[in-house]
Design a protein around this ligand. Sequence first.
Ligand SMILES: [Zn+2]
Ligand SMILES: [Zn+2]
Length: 376
Amino acid sequence: MNKNPYEVLGVARDASDADIKKAYHKLVMKYHPDRNPDNKDAEEKFKEVNNAFDILKDPQKRAAYDRFGDAAFAGGNGAGAGFGGNPFGNGAFHFNMGGGGGMEDILREAMRGFGFGDFGGGGPGRGAPQRGGRDLLDEVVIDLKDAFFGKTHTVKFSSNVTCEKCHGHGTDDGRPAPMCSRCGGSGFVQSRQGFFAMETPCPECNGLGRKISKKCKECDGSGTVNKQRTLEVKIPAGIEDGARLRLAGQGEAGANGGPAGDFYVDVHVRPDKRFERRGSDLIMRVDVPFTTLALGGEIEIETIDDKKLDVKVPAGTQVGEKLRVRGHGMPSVRRAGAFGDLYIDVAIKIPTKLTDKQKKLLNEFAGTKSEKKGWF
Ligand SMILES: [Zn+2]
Ligand SMILES: [Zn+2]
């Protein structure tokens, strides 16, 4: 039994495509198996979210669900769907609902089929219906140091690319196929279901809008072939956690010569043990000897790019004060060559082992009179 996809994604019935995408993205990140290892509940939710998105991202499937509910996806001529049975029972669509695909399929689907392209693809228009290729999404986690220097991220994956042999036309001779006479090239035909007239994919050309008499052997007429690909993604220096990089046109190839989708990389920056990041500034906690704090002096620190640096500590510096070291923060992604600052969060370490002489000196110090009781 499938759940209501609107409820699964937590969106309203009239939610826009953008809202659906947003909700999907949030949930798929939340329940991603990489983030929930060995968590059956999360795995179940992950499947549900993907199933729900599979329906709602596709205007046709969404319309079918709105009208017929689950029955639209039951397969076969499910009776009792309210309005004269299931219009999609003829196998025009293949829905992979529920238990069908294994976890691996769904994962690949989530990684590959981010589905942006499915919204944008132009519907039936003049000539053969072009469909934009799907967008692809990858995620990468990098260290703060990588974010400082920038990094090249290599992605290996397989995706549909335009068949080189037929230039995407799917024909044996590599030239555009003639228009389908039945649907006039739109890819859709009108059919009646009870009271409703609706558009269904043309059975003659399977919605392609063109009639291929001799198929290209390389791609079996689809115009695209699945290919192993490698992308080198340049992660710019200074990138922030949660940033999304877009490689235009590097997604899946479109159908019928439609534009290729884009390739997205979501970049996550792992928290660092030494440095806390605030925008382009870095904060580093440093233990300073109490004598240096009281008398003033210098401390040596190591910056994020492993440089040793002497920092002046003014006499009378208090614990919790922040000493600013200009220009030793993160590089700015917006302004080339600009860097944030590094702040030393002053901490103190009280020595636990004192020699007799040190004890004597401290006792003497404690005994010296000042205006108030205490040290200063
Ligand atoms: Zn081909
Ligand atoms: Zn047709």
